[in-house]
Design a protein. Structure first.
Ligand code: ACO
Ligand code: ACO
Length: 150
């Protein structure tokens, strides 16, 4: 599997990116603000992430997704490890990620990759998303912020 930057914004895989964030406007903003990376296997795109600059010292994984047919095979972990290495090589000191209170699997994955919980943005999803989001039988309301020192 090869992970490399998708430099032409028009080639960004919207279908995959929208799996991670149903708000198209938000996804389009991440693509303007950040760099998109794709994981390719035998000519097909199996995963994607967007790394954005938050400040001179902080980067954020704004969006990460693996093709539904290829989840739970370790591709998400490889993308996160790539993002960590990329952020470090670009000179950032901290990498952040934010996810919903209901995203149990994502919270497990980020912590397995060395991220620590930092804070909660209360009612982030209820205030910013029109559609109700529910996962694992839990309503998604708050954003959990996690970070890892590089
Ligand atoms: N409890 C404990 N561990 C769990 C759980 C759980 N409920 N669910 C998942 N995990 C662990 C697995 O055991 C595995 O750990 P391991 O590496 O020790 O075996 C890990 O989490 C899953 O790892 P991968 O197989 O690498 O993950 P995958 O390739 O499926 O990618 C991803 C994860 C990106 C979240 C994928 O499921 C996906 O695309 N989901 C839809 C989009 C999405 O939700 N994106 C994140 C939104 S937040 C954001 O973008 C910042
Ligand atoms: N993802 C999504 N949902 C989950 C997961 C998961 N990984 N794990 C459990 N759940 C859900 C189940 O789906 C179920 O939901 P449902 O009611 O909608 O079906 C619920 O959590 C489990 O409910 P119960 O069966 O009622 O829970 P149980 O009788 O097993 O009791 C308890 C839970 C007390 C945590 C028990 O497992 C236990 O004694 N564990 C060891 C001691 C412990 O950890 N105690 C808590 C320490 S913190 C404290 O004491 C304040």
């Amino acid at each position: 599997m090869e992970i490399k930057q998708i430099t032409d914004r028009k080639n960004a895989p919207m279908d995959l990116l929208l799996l991670a964030d149903p708000n198209r406007q938000m996804v389009e903003k991440y693509l303007v603000d950040g760099h998109c990376y794709g994981a390719n296997e035998r000519g097909s795109l199996v995963g994607v992430y967007v790394l954005i600059k938050k400040s001179s010292t902080k980067a954020e994984i704004a969006n990460i997704a693996v093709h539904p047919d290829r989840q739970n095979e370790g591709i998400g972990r490889k993308l996160i490890e790539h993002a960590i290495a990329e952020a470090k090589s670009l000179g950032f000191e901290l990498i952040e990620v934010g996810t919903g209170n209901s995203s149990i699997g994502q919270l497990a994955l980020y912590q397995k990759c060395g991220f620590h919980m930092q804070s909660i943005i209360k009612d982030f999803f209820t205030n910013h998303y029109d559609e109700k989001i529910e996962e694992n039988g839990i309503i998604c309301r708050d954003m959990i912020r996690l970070s890892k020192q590089l």
